[in-house]
Design a protein around this ligand. Structure first.
Ligand SMILES: [Zn+2]
Length: 123
């Protein structure tokens, strides 16, 4: 993901993603630009759920792409927030990681990625 988008996510969701604290304590965000909206919505929902319960202990460890799917590693989530993460991860498997269009699993350079079909620049 481009640095501008990562910075925007951190600014929009400072308690989950930074920018407070030492850089080393910020969770890494390693996935494509196409999942920005998924992550933005997921972080908003998780933070709202935690706030509603007064839960201050939610901590995001790492955000990455694995086998074409979003992996949102976090601690302190309630079952409801776990379900939100599962939903976002399932949607990521149908969302082009590069551009956010509807996509499906495709092989690329020996890796499995979720990509759309209407942009040959991805493959
Ligand atoms: Zn695409």
């Amino acid at each position: 993901m481009r640095k501008e988008l990562i910075d925007e996510l951190r600014q929009r969701h400072p308690r989950l993603l930074g920018p407070t604290g030492e850089p080393a304590t910020q969770p890494s965000i390693l996935c494509g630009d196409g999942w920005f909206n998924l992550l933005d919505c997921l972080c908003g929902a998780v933070q709202a759920g935690a706030d509603a319960k007064g839960n201050e202990d939610v901590r995001v460890e790492e955000i990455k792409s694995k086998y074409g799917s979003l992996r949102f590693e976090a601690y302190g989530l309630s079952p409801a927030e776990d379900a939100q993460v599962a939903l976002a991860e399932a949607l990521s498997e149908r969302t082009c990681e590069e551009c956010g269009a509807p996509g499906s699993e495709r092989g690329r350079d020996g890796w499995v990625s979720t990509l759309c079909s209407n942009n040959s620049a991805h493959s």
